[in-house]
Design a protein around this ligand. Structure first.
Ligand SMILES: [Mg+2]
Length: 199
């Protein structure tokens, strides 16, 4: 069993998609996800919109975070992983402090099998004592003591140095191959022990 910490925005919640939708509706624009490849929404909008984009002013923080779409397959894969591993949801929610209540309610609605005791709202994620951290922001991996797993997002396409997963099916395969390997190792070791005993 491993301890797996999972980020919220852009990993289990499609915050970018909804952010773009709100932005386009509010300003009558037609920004797409592709426009944000290798960068962030705040860098592709006119300078006079940056502050509003950063602060979710047009979207109202509470409504925004309460109503985010769930990333495809995140519920099913996390439910399966939850049977074998300890799952924590870790959000750097300090970046938008008004989002706490909405994020907490969103978790209860979409991931009821995750105990509230396993939800962590934090600033710096290096404090997490987990074996794995699945996150779209590689900056959280720098001082993290476990293995960072980079969840693919338009802004991180150029980031290297960490295993990358493109979606939740790939997360499932990542852990299936690890479990397979450790099971093989264990089987190999016990076979070796049995063989040495037999000798
Ligand atoms: Mg994130």
């Amino acid at each position: 069993m491993a301890i797996i910490a999972v980020d919220m925005d852009e990993v289990i919640a499609d915050a970018l998609g909804r952010h773009i939708e709100h932005y386009n509706a509010h300003f009558g624009k037609s920004v797409t996800r592709e426009d944000t490849l290798g960068t962030h929404l705040r860098h592709v909008v006119p300078v006079e919109h940056v502050e509003q984009v950063e602060q979710f002013i047009f979207a109202k923080e509470f409504e925004f975070f309460a109503d985010l779409p769930v990333m495809e397959d995140a519920q099913q894969v996390l439910l399966n992983l939850h049977r074998e591993h300890e799952i924590f949801i870790a959000s750097a929610a300090m970046e938008v402090p008004n989002s706490f209540t909405a994020k907490f309610q969103w978790m209860a609605e979409h991931f009821p099998f995750i105990s509230p005791m396993n939800i962590v709202f934090c600033g710096d994620k290096s404090i997490l004592n987990a074996d794995y951290l699945i996150d779209d922001n590689a900056r959280h991996f720098k001082r993290f003591r476990g293995q960072g797993i980079l969840f693919d997002a338009p802004h991180n396409v150029k980031v290297t140095g960490y295993p990358r997963v493109k979606n939740w099916k790939e997360v499932e395969r990542f852990f299936a191959s690890r479990v397979g390997k450790s099971a093989e190792n264990t089987a190999g070791k016990s076979a070796g022990t049995a063989a040495s005993r037999a000798r």
